[in-house]
Design a protein around this ligand. Structure first.
Ligand code: FE2
Length: 306
């Protein structure tokens, strides 16, 4: 049966209905979901009451999962404002400051050499009285394609350093020496070709720190200019959560941010799983030729299949 897919955003974001993702879905259905996903970039499924194990099982159908940042044995991370005992965490705690960087526009795991491909969020604890705490996504493909050709030419071959500390600095969090060692700055091309759709898309977000060969001020001016362009209302979809919403997005095409809410008042926890990226786009400080990158990815996939 064809999927029931309804586009909600102007250029992206669709709601898929009629599926219980906890069931053991056929390969054909997974392929249909993936095709809809590549077309719309963000998919919303309502009423998905996943356990952690069920969310892992479903997420794994789309690729190899990233380990949690703080737990190498876990593939699902609870992101929210509750302590393990269920009480509301102090909004001024170091962990709250760390997570508040999610309120800046970003693509997940930009601090890895091969950043996240796909992300999944399940809204497990959502207070119906909470008036805000939405999540927003912005379509970087539509924004990139609307850029003047001169701007696209300017960023075509640029490589930028991305650093987790850059976004955390905004929320008043300093990485400790262990964290600094674990998550050093990495490099990404400013335009990347999407491995599945073949579309060229710009890659920038809150961790972008400096363009290679440029000074900091000039770099920041370019990042701000691009992000202001990409996050105009016409490129954004704003989602208000209800409990058990399951939203899945393609980090290669969209950036996202969590909107603020009264963290001392409303409990809010979303459970995240992530399919890891395929290959670095910069090696030894130089942008990898995209054809070579695809070749490397396909060779790896072929070797894994044999
Ligand atoms: Fe995120």
């Amino acid at each position: 049966m064809p999927l029931q897919v309804k586009r909600l955003g102007r250029t992206f974001f669709a709601e898929v209905s009629g599926l219980d993702l906890r069931q053991n879905l056929s390969d054909d259905t997974i392929a249909e979901i993936r095709a809809a996903w590549m077309e719309h970039a963000v998919l919303l499924f309502r009423g998905q009451q996943f356990t952690t194990e069920e969310q892992i099982a479903y997420s794994k159908r789309f690729g190899k999962l990233e380990h949690n940042l703080r737990d190498d044995n876990a593939f699902v991370a609870p992101l929210g404002n509750l302590n393990p005992d269920g009480s509301i965490r102090d909004p001024n705690s170091e962990q709250s400051k760390f997570l508040r960087a999610n309120q800046l526009w970003h693509s997940d795991s930009a601090y890895f050499a091969a950043p996240a491909m796909l992300s999944f969020l399940n809204g497990r604890v959502i207070d119906p009285a909470m008036p805000d705490g939405h999540t927003q996504w912005a379509d970087m493909l539509a924004a990139y394609e609307d850029l003047p050709q001169s701007k696209r030419d300017q960023i075509e071959d640029l490589v930028a350093m991305h650093d987790m500390q850059t976004s955390r600095s905004v929320t008043g969090r300093v990485l400790d020496p262990d964290e600094r060692k674990k998550w050093p700055p990495v490099y990404h091309r400013m335009t990347r070709i999407h491995e599945e759709t073949g579309k060229k898309i710009m890659y920038v977000g809150s961790q972008a720190t400096q363009v290679v060969g440029w000074d900091l001020a000039k770099s920041k001016k370019l990042f701000v200019e691009l992000m202001q362009h990409a996050t105009q209302d016409k490129y954004i979809y704003d989602h208000k959560w209800t409990q058990w919403d399951f939203v899945c997005w393609d980090n290669r095409r969209v950036v996202h941010r969590q909107r603020p809410f009264d963290e001392a008042k409303y409990p809010r926890v979303v459970f995240r799983s992530v399919v890891e990226g395929t290959a670095p786009d910069v090696i030894d400080g130089k942008g990898v030729n995209e054809l070579e990158r695809f070749q490397a990815i396909h060779n790896k996939q072929r070797a894994a299949a044999e």
